[in-house]
Design a protein. Structure first.
Length: 187
C-alpha cells in the first residue's frame, strides 16, 4: 500500500471512529525509530494477549449482542467502544509491522507461540458481572500499556500508547458510569 493510500485509509478510519465514546484528540500516525523484535513482542500482548484489543473487541461485541434486547443504552456503549478498540487493533498492527514482525493474533509465552482464542472473553451471566468485567479489563489494559511505555524506548510508540491510554481511560469512566446506573456500588 502506498503512503497516500495508507493516509487515506487512516483518514477514512478516523472519520468512522468519530463517535460519542471516543475522545476527539487526533491519533499519531504509526511510526517507529527502527525495527525492534522485543518491542513488537510487547505490543503483541496488547494486540492479542489475554487482556488485549482483540479480547476487548470480542468481549464488548458479545456484551452488545446480549444487552441489545433489554438494555439498549449499554448495548450502544458496548458496540461503540468495540469499534474504537478495532481502531486501536489496527494502529497496533501497523506499528508491529513497522517493528519487523507480522501482526498475527498471538503472543510469546515461555518461548512458545500462543494464539489468541475466544476463552479470553469474559462472557458473564448478568449485567453487573459483565460490566464489572469490562471495568476490570479497561483498568488492566491501562496498567499494561503504562508498563509497556516504560519498557519501550521509542518516542513514536510511547506517543501512540499514550493516545490509546486516553481512550481506555475514557472507556473506563463510561463503563463505571453505566455500572453505577445499573449496579450500585460498582467501581
Amino acid at each position: 500500500m502506498s503512503d497516500d493510500q495508507k493516509q487515506q485509509s487512516i483518514t477514512t478510519t478516523e472519520e468512522h471512529i468519530n463517535r460519542w465514546c471516543a475522545l476527539p484528540n487526533p491519533y499519531p500516525e504509526p511510526r517507529v525509530v527502527r525495527p525492534n523484535h522485543f518491542y513488537a513482542m510487547l505490543l503483541l500482548e496488547d494486540y492479542a494477549g489475554v487482556v488485549s484489543e482483540m479480547t476487548a473487541i470480542n468481549q464488548y461485541l458479545y456484551h452488545y449482542l446480549t444487552f441489545e434486547d433489554k438494555y439498549q443504552d449499554i448495548a450502544q456503549l458496548e458496540e461503540c467502544i468495540s469499534i474504537i478498540e478495532m481502531y486501536h487493533l489496527e494502529l497496533l498492527a501497523e506499528t508491529i509491522k513497522l517493528l519487523g514482525v507480522n501482526p498475527e493474533y498471538r503472543t510469546l509465552t515461555n518461548n512458545q507461540v500462543v494464539y489468541w482464542n475466544a476463552s479470553y472473553v469474559y462472557y458473564g451471566q448478568s449485567i453487573c458481572d459483565r460490566l464489572a468485567a469490562d471495568i476490570a479489563a479497561e483498568k488492566t489494559a491501562i496498567q499494561t500499556y503504562r508498563l509497556h511505555q516504560q519498557l519501550i524506548d521509542d518516542p513514536y510508540i510511547k506517543e501512540l500508547l499514550e493516545r490509546i491510554i486516553m481512550d481506555e481511560q475514557h472507556h473506563l469512566q463510561l463503563f463505571i458510569s453505566y455500572g453505577q446506573k445499573y449496579c450500585p456500588g460498582i467501581k
